[in-house]
Design a protein around this ligand. Structure first.
Ligand code: HEM
Length: 138
């Protein structure tokens, strides 16, 4: 299997993890299980999501460096991938801050609004990167 296949596998595992995180956050957004979600999401990020994000970034950068020519569609692909990774890295920071400030309801509400914002940026950008990537794969 080539590096593009590794990139695809890491991206796919990450998408599954993000779907589980969205489910957790829906509970927290409704005011249910907030301290449990804050702790679980923090540990999911630390143990799984940060290594997966680094894996996507490293494989993506090497694939980009190997391209013979960065045409317009590849540039959109790389830019949207970087935006998705950046917004997710921002969400990782917010999740850490929410856990540290879990006893302050106003701060927790603020962080949860920031998580919605991160998702609104990351999901469309990730979809664009994924759809363009798949057009190259198949
Ligand atoms: C959420 C973020 C991302 C998603 C969903 C995503 C998705 C994909 C997918 C599905 C492929 C096709 C893999 C295959 O051929 O089997 C791909 C290829 C590729 N990705 Fe990503 N990717 C992301 C981030 C990145 C980043 C950050 C970079 C660069 C820094 C990048 C650069 C590339 C390149 C250069 C290719 C190969 C294109 C080609 O075959 O011509 N990707 N990506």
């Amino acid at each position: 299997m080539g590096l593009a296949g590794v990139h695809l596998i890491v991206v796919s595992v990450w998408v599954g993890l993000v779907l589980a995180e969205v489910l957790l956050e829906v509970f927290a957004h409704r005011g249910l299980l907030v301290p449990a979600v804050a702790t679980l999401h923090y540990w999911i990020d630390a143990l799984f999501e940060i290594p997966l994000l680094l894996g996507i970034l490293v494989t993506g950068v090497i694939l980009t460096a190997r391209l013979p020519d960065l045409d317009g569609l590849h540039a959109v692909k790389v830019a949207s991938g970087l935006v998705a990774i950046g917004a997710t890295a921002f969400a990782v920071r917010v999740v850490r801050e929410r856990r540290e400030e879990i006893s302050l309801p106003d701060r927790v509400a603020h962080h949860q609004r920031q998580l919605v914002l991160a998702a609104v940026v990351a999901v469309p950008a990730g979809l664009v990167a994924g759809v363009i990537g798949l057009t190259y794969a198949f």
